[in-house]
Design a binder for this molecule. Structure first.
Ligand SMILES: *Cc1c(COP(=O)(O)O)cnc(C)c1O
Length: 390
């Protein structure tokens, strides 16, 4: 039987792998050389040129995962984001950003753009009118994040691509939360896909890296800047990331399944006020999510009943650990108002819809029943303690 293209697990496992011609080892050899014999004027291998064998191999894999011609990898997700934005924006240009934005990206734009003379606006919401409203004559880039952090709001990718086409804008998505397993924005006309590879691509909470996938032409433009800024990823981390991605589809699908079950369970719990998960039929954007996502991710957020003390609850969890990061194979939880969104004013938090009792839950690959048991025992402990105090 002839197959048109390999399946996702085959892509994860094999695309871009390097051959060990000397010993015929099973995996990609790790080339740590920072110096290579001069081949010709066009091929000068050097880590800061982003073209060592391991970097090139991994870029092929990431490009294939995002259905793109090319990719580049960086030392962090923020490096991928900052390089991409600075590669396409210059003095006098304008950038459109979503209302709720990853904190690091928000800080980068708000703290750094002034000195470059780049203007920006935040869209008031996720619908076409909210975005069109803030586009100006000098707008160059339309940047989105879907699902958003931490409320899992969904932006319609096709709608964004249409608006961009109408105004001649470059579209950039932070596709970290979805991962290429659950969402390929390219299919809907988005130009540039960015990942914090620290999250689902790495998946084991032991790598910090970033990636960008796009057309050859767009990647070349980012590369032109990247070679000057000089922030390439060490080949050892590149090699570890290649290994991690081999199991990404298996991990992410298991996390999708767990998250869907946990979302339903939490939704039915009397001590949970609200669950934000695009896989729930009750999610306002469920239909859009269904159209553009293959899975609904391992991320969800939920609001505790106001009677539950959030600190007590988090302290009482045993299996689920508090953590700033997300998307590892271990389940973690975070209170946005105490961490990622702590620096925002109360007004700004309210504007973004982030309540005091909100928890962001990154679901791992543990058995769902163990996660349920952990949350149940935490609720029991907290309610007992609160009864004693009254
Ligand atoms: C973590 C994260 C980033 C930043 O990635 P780093 O690897 O920490 O630099 C960007 N966007 C999203 C959605 C993230 O979760």
């Amino acid at each position: 039987m002839k197959r048109e293209k390999p399946g996702i697990n085959t892509v994860c496992t094999h695309v871009g792998e390097l051959q060990d011609k000397q010993y015929k080892g099973a995996i990609s050899p790790l080339y740590m050389s920072s110096s290579y014999a001069y081949e010709n004027v066009d091929v000068k291998r050097y880590p800061r040129y982003f073209n060592t064998p391991n970097q090139e191999g991994l870029c092929k894999k990431i490009a294939a995962l995002e259905l793109c011609e090319a990719a580049l990898i960086f030392g962090s997700g923020m490096a991928a984001i900052s390089h991409t934005l600075l590669a396409f924006l210059q003095k006098g240009d304008h950038l459109v950003l979503p209302k709720n934005l990853y904190g690091g990206t928000y800080n980068f734009v708000v703290e750094e753009f002034k000195k470059f003379g780049i203007e920006y606006s935040f869209a008031g919401g996720y619908k076409a009118a909210d975005i069109s409203e803030v586009i100006r004559a000098n707008t160059k880039v339309l940047y989105i994040e879907t699902p958003s952090n931490p409320l899992m709001e969904i932006t319609d990718l096709e709608m964004v691509a249409n608006i961009a086409r109408e105004h001649g804008l470059i579209t950039v998505i932070d596709n970290t939360f979805a991962s290429p397993i659950n969402q390929n924005p390219k299919l809907f006309g988005i130009d540039i896909m960015i990942h914090s590879a620290t999250k689902y691509m790495g998946g084991h909470s032991d790598i910090c890296a970033g990636a960008v996938a796009a057309s050859e032409e767009k990647i070349k433009q980012i590369w032109n800047l990247a070679k000057n800024l000089g922030g390439s990823l060490s080949d050892y981390t590149v090699w570890l990331l290649e290994r991690s991605i081999k199991t990404m589809a298996i991990r992410v699908k298991a996390q999708n399944r767990n998250a869907k079950k946990m979302a339903k369970w939490l939704d039915a719990h009397h001590l949970v006020q609200k669950v934000y998960y695009p896989g729930l039929k009750s999610h306002p954007d469920h239909e859009i999510a269904k159209r553009q996502m293959r899975g609904y991710t391992g991320m969800l957020s939920f609001e505790l009943d106001p009677s539950i003390d959030i600190n007590n609850f988090m302290d009482s969890l045993q299996l689920i650990k508090p953590s700033m990061s997300l998307a590892g194979i271990e389940s973690t939880i975070l209170s946005p108002i105490k961490t990622s969104h702590a620096l925002l004013s109360e007004n700004e938090r309210k504007r973004q819809g982030i309540e005091d009792g909100l928890l962001r839950f990154s679901i791992g690959i543990e058995e769902k029943d163990d996660l349920v048991a952990d949350i149940e025992q935490a609720f029991e402990k907290v309610t007992k303690k609160q009864l004693q105090n009254t």
